[in-house]
Design a protein around this ligand. Structure first.
Ligand code: PGA
Length: 244
């Protein structure tokens, strides 16, 4: 059985002092879900270990081990900071920092070697969605970004770009259909047994009011949440989705 995994992606929000209070106060995690928050890099060392029920993750890592890459964060530093997971290939990083599927694949390998769970993000643009290219785009992204990995150790996040931060979430039917498409693609690349172990999240305007619909989908195993993860009460409500 895949345990659902809900992750708050704080992006470039939250002061370290605010992040610490948030993680300290994020209690009463239901036993049916695993919960994580992805914070800005400078906060990570101070967030790890303050609440053993919450996984702490980074939002990016460089694809090189060390060297002259001003401003970048290395996988060794994440390992030293004892982070649990790292988001890679988020659409904002693809759009603003030229992150390609090939780079995402390199980053995933470095993370897996150090026991840090990669959350590999894929998703189509509004234009691709409207011209019915979603399936082709996702299969292409998965084929490259997820090639030759210890795939059971990865989490995949399906995040249609048109749903991120727009309030226009994808229907649960779309989320389920694409999650299944991803699982089928992983079955082709690996095996059914391995593909069935991979957790696939949905992301894009997930809120306390719609989370349950996604969690009820058989192939959706969690959510990657931006805006609604910034307020403690909203996030608490979200992760207690069975109670609402
Ligand atoms: P959103 O962001 O929940 O604010 O749409 C999701 C994400 O970018 O991961």
């Amino acid at each position: 059985m895949r345990k659902p995994f809900i992750v708050g992606n704080w992006k470039m929000n939250m002061l370290q002092s605010e992040a610490i209070v948030f993680v300290e106060q994020l209690n009463n995690i239901p036993s049916y879900v695993e919960v994580g928050v992805a914070a800005q890099a400078i906060s990570l060392t101070n967030l790890v270990g303050i609440n053993k029920n919450i996984l702490i993750g980074a939002q990016n890592v460089n694809d090189q081990l060390a060297g002259a890459y001003t401003g970048e964060i290395s996988v060794e530093l994440l390992k030293e900071a004892k982070v649990d997971f790292c988001i890679i290939g988020h659409s904002e990083r693809r759009a603003y920092y030229n992150e390609s599927d090939e780079k995402v694949n390199e980053k995933a390998k470095l993370l897996i070697e150090r026991d840090i769970t990669p959350i590999i993000c894929v998703g189509e643009s509004l234009e691709q969605y409207e011209s019915k290219q979603t399936e082709e785009v996702i299969i292409n992204q998965i084929s490259i970004a997820c090639a030759n990995l210890a795939i059971e150790q990865c989490v995949i996040a399906y995040e249609p770009i048109w749903a991120i931060g727009t309030g226009k979430s994808a229907t649960s039917q779309i989320a389920q259909a694409i999650a299944l498409l991803i699982r089928n693609q992983l079955t082709k690349m690996y095996s059914l047994e391995q593909a069935n172990k991979v957790r696939i999240q949905y992301g894009g305007s997930v809120k306390p009011t719609n989370i349950k619909e996604y969690m009820d989908c058989p192939d959706v195993d969690g959510a990657l949440v931006g805006g609604a993860s910034l307020k403690l009460e909203d996030f608490k409500q979200l992760i207690n989705y069975e109670e609402n």
